[in-house]
Each structure stands twice: as C-alpha cells, then as structure tokens.
Write a new protein. Structure first.
Ligand code: ADP
Length: 489
C-alpha cells in the first residue's frame, strides 16, 4: 500500500497523470473507508449482538423459564406422560407477562405449540422460523435482521422432560435496548468522523497533486522580461499533462528571444549609424552660426532651432545606444574610486550653462576637500544632468532648482530638488522602468519625452554599485536622490 501511495503522490513518476492519480487516490480512500466501516460493523455485531444481547436475553428468560419448568417439575410421572396439551402450555404462559413486542413460545418436538402474545406480534410462519433458527444454533441464540431497523433477538432453552416437552423460546425486538441503540449511534458518528477524515485526507492529497501547478505558477511569476535567456521552464519532474504546455511555452520564449535579439540589434545599428551624420549636421550648423555674421535673424533662429532638435535627437540616440549596449552586456560602467565632488561640481556648471533662465543653487561649498566614492565620474555627471534636465522640464518656466551633496556614513548622496508638478505616489516606482511616464505629469509645449532617461539613470547607478530613488508630492515638487558607496582610500 505504501509504495503505491508514494507513487500516487510523488511527482517524480511522470507516467502517473493527474487524472490517474486523482482516480487512484479516490479509489484508495473509498477502499479504506469500506474496510474500516466493515471492521467497525463486524466488531459491533460480535460484541453487542452476540455477547451483550445473548447475555441480556439469557438473563431475561430465566424467570419465565423457571415458571414453566416448575410446572413441569410439579407433574407426577403419569401426568408427565399425559402432558402436555397446547391448552396446558397456554395456561402456563397465561400467567407470564410479555409486552412491547416481546413474546414467549413453547415448541415441542411432538409438534405441540403454544404462544403467548407471540402471534400478536409476529406471523405464525415467522414464529416457527425464528424458533427453528434459535434451536438449531449452537448457543440457542439468534438475531434475525430481516427488519434492519428493529432486529429480533431469539433465545431458545430446552425444557426439562425429554424430547416431548420441547423448548421454551423467548423473543424480543432489539430496539428496546438503549445500549445497543447508543452503540448504533456511536457507529454512525464514527463513520461520519471517518468520512470527514477521508475528506481532509483527500484535500491534502489534492494539494500535493497540484503542487506542480503551483511550482510552475511561481516559476512563471519569477520570469523577467529582460532576462529571456533564462526564462525557459524545465520539463523534468513535471507531470505528463504539463509537457505539451511547457514545450509550447519554451518554444514561445525562444521565438521571443530571437525577436528581442533582432530588435536590440536593429536599435543598436540604427542609433550607431544615425549618430555620425547627426554629429556632422550639428557641426555644420554650429560652424555656420559661428562664422556667418551676415545671417538674417529669421535664418539664425531657424538654424538654432534645427541645432536644438539635432542635439535632442543625439541625446535620444545616446540613450538608445546605452540601453542596447546594456542589453548585450557591452555597457562599460566603471567602479573605481573617484572624487565625486568634482563630478558634482561639473554637473552643476553644465546645468548652469544649459539652463541659464533657472536659478540653480548648490551646497557643495560646504565641502572643501575631495570626497572619494566608488563609481564612474562621467556616468555620474550623465545621471545628474538627466535629473536636472527633468527638474527643469517638469517645473514652471525658470523655476529654482537645488542641488545637495551629503555624506551619510558609508554613502554619498546627491539630491536634485525641484518645486514642480510632483509625481503621484503610485507612479513613483514605475517611472524607473523603460518607456514609462507618470500619469498626470504634463509637458510644456515644445518639450518632448521618451520615458528612457530614468531607466538609464537607474541602470547606470546600479552598475556603479549605487542606486536612485525619489521622494515626491504632487503640487509641491520632487527630490531625486542618487547614492554611491564611499571609497575608503
Ligand atoms: P522622459 O522625461 O523622457 O519622459 P524619464 O525616464 O526621464 O523620461 O522620466 C519618466 C517620467 O517620470 C517622465 O515622463 C515624467 O512623467 C516623470 N518625471 C521624471 N522627472 C520628474 C520630475 N522632476 N518631476 C515630475 N515628474 C517627473
């Protein structure tokens, strides 16, 4: 039984389908229930019908039996020969009291028969059958269960005086015995408890059976879209039903991986190929703007607009190139000790030049000496520029921006604070994902947004062993905080 049960439960046996396991377990439980129930019933019968009942009937028959055997004893030899007519027996039984379905019966080998109340309760044919059964049994005791609700207990005792005098038979329905009734109730309750236990066992069994489904579910939940190379699900040790499903899923992952690789390659080629001509165009525009003094105002404005757009396109291409390099594990981010205060100052000066309309304040003067951190100086400047650009973009025109530098234990913190639109709480996490923009945050006319900047900041900061987070309140403003590990050099 044990190996079979283990085989049913063990997911390693792939040949056992879920349906077969369910069927097997149900069959096993039903079998178990029937065996236990029949054992309980047999035990009850043995102990109570055949031990307790027989004892009770033997006790109860004594007084009426004594009355009749006394009568027989009182007869003289002659009288005994002449004895006994049915009327004699009837008159003897007259004196006895039988009630509630109990009955007394004298049955003799010579065919004499006398009943008292017996034929009131039972038909004559049944009476002789019950009596014969009891007389034929070795203990003189039988239980007739033709009527399942109220079985009939019958006890036959030989009367003194040889074959002629016959047997005294006493019978009574069992329902009047409270103990047996109670025991029947106990049997019912025990069967109910058993059924309940089996239901619980079935539930536990089902949970075990569906364990592979839950495992696949948690495997699926753990799949990251940007890690498709490890997204395939192993089909080893999984039930047979799941094999086609897993094969189909793995096939789909393979197709997605190929398509994603094609897309990355395409983005990488495009951004690479576009950058050179863009730089050339920007260079030419710059040189025309720088050299030609006689340009008309309209032409100069048009050229400056074109230059701004070329620079914006260039920035987007750089972002795309960074992302595709990161996807192909080709992005280089340093993790070296560097003076992060210098990079912070550089970002500040670049921001002042890029956004002359905004008042940008900084607390860097509080730090005199270099502060060493682990990371990449250029990438830190890139991240700060990106955050400052966003602060300008998502605030009122010419609003104030604050840059803070802080040393906190083993970390250095760079904060970019604005007093702009702020970001709703439920959006603050997703804005660090690719192509995600915060709902409810609007752009000024003429500005554009790709939804890539913050995902690149996050990727670069994590590449340096640091991180980025945001604290923001709608209508009040935002604080973006970059962190790096201090270098203990
Ligand atoms: P982009 O600015 O090109 O859309 P980002 O990844 O830099 O992409 O930013 C993602 C989104 O986060 C933006 O679209 C904007 O909704 C929100 N956001 C970023 N910075 C700020 C800020 N300083 N104030 C308000 N919202 C911001």
């Amino acid at each position: 039984m044990r190996p079979l049960f283990r085989r049913l439960m063990n997911n390693r046996h792939r040949s056992w389908s879920i349906a077969r396991r369910l069927f097997g377990i149900s069959l096993l439980l039903i079998l178990l229930q029937s065996v236990i129930s029949s054992v309980v019933t047999t035990q009850l019968r043995r102990h109570f019908f055949h031990e307790h009942l027989e004892e009770t009937l033997s006790r109860q028959i004594v007084s009426s039996y004594n009355v009749i055997s006394d009568r027989l004893d009182q007869l003289s030899v002659d009288q005994a020969y002449a004895c006994c007519s049915i009327d004699d027996y009837r008159s003897w039984l007259e004196g006895l009291s039988f009630e509630n379905g109990k009955a007394g019966l004298i049955i003799g080998a010579a065919g004499l028969q006398a009943t008292r109340d017996a034929d009131r309760f039972y038909g004559t044919t049944e009476l002789s059958r019950y009596a014969k059964d009891a007389i034929a049994s070795s203990s003189g005791f039988t239980v007739d269960e033709a009527d399942e609700d109220v079985p009939l207990a019958v006890k036959a005792v030989k009367l003194p005086g040889g074959d002629q005098t016959g047997f005294y038979v006493y019978m009574r329905p069992v329902y009047s015995m409270p103990l047996v009734r109670t025991l029947m109730q106990i049997k019912l309750v025990s069967e109910l408890v058993l059924m309940l236990a089996l239901a619980v066992a079935l539930l536990v069994g089902l949970r075990l059976i569906f364990r592979p489904v839950r495992r696949i579910q948690s495997d699926l939940a753990g799949i990251e879209l940007n890690r498709l190379e490890s997204a395939e699900l192993s089909s080893r040790d999984r039930p047979r039903e799941f094999q086609p499903l897993l094969q189909e899923f793995n096939g789909m992952v393979g197709r997605l991986r190929r398509s994603s690789a094609d897309q990355k390659q395409f983005a990488s080629t495009i951004s690479h190929e576009f950058r050179t001509p863009m730089t050339v165009i920007s260079g030419f525009i710059q040189s025309v703007l720088n050299r030609d003094e006689g340009l008309r105002v309209q032409s100069r404005d048009a050229l400056m607009l074109a230059n701004r757009e070329v620079l914006r396109l260039n920035r987007m291409l750089s972002d795309l190139l960074d992302l595709s390099r990161a996807d192909n594990n080709q992005l280089k981010v340093l993790r070296e000790p560097f003076d992060c205060l210098t990079s912070f100052r550089e970002a500040f000066h670049l921001a002042q030049a890029a956004f002359p309309g905004n008042t940008i304040t900084v607390n860097e003067h509080e730090f005199e000496t270099p502060v060493w951190a682990v990371g990449d100086p250029d990438r830190l400047v890139q991240c700060l520029k990106n955050l400052i650009g966003n602060s300008v973009k998502y605030s009122e025109l010419n609003s104030a921006i604050e840059l803070h530098f802080e040393v906190q234990g083993e970390c250095v913190l760079f904060s970019v604070v604005d007093h702009g639109q702020g970001i709703p709480g439920d959006q603050q996490e997703r804005i660090f994902e690719r192509f995600q923009r915060a709902e409810g945050v609007t752009l000024r006319r003429g500005d554009s947004s790709s939804g890539l900047g913050l995902s690149i900041v996050k990727m670069l900061m994590e590449g340096m062993g640091g991180g980025v987070r945001v604290e923001s309140e709608v209508g009040i403003g935002s604080r973006f905080i970059l962190t790096l590990q201090r270098s203990l050099l």
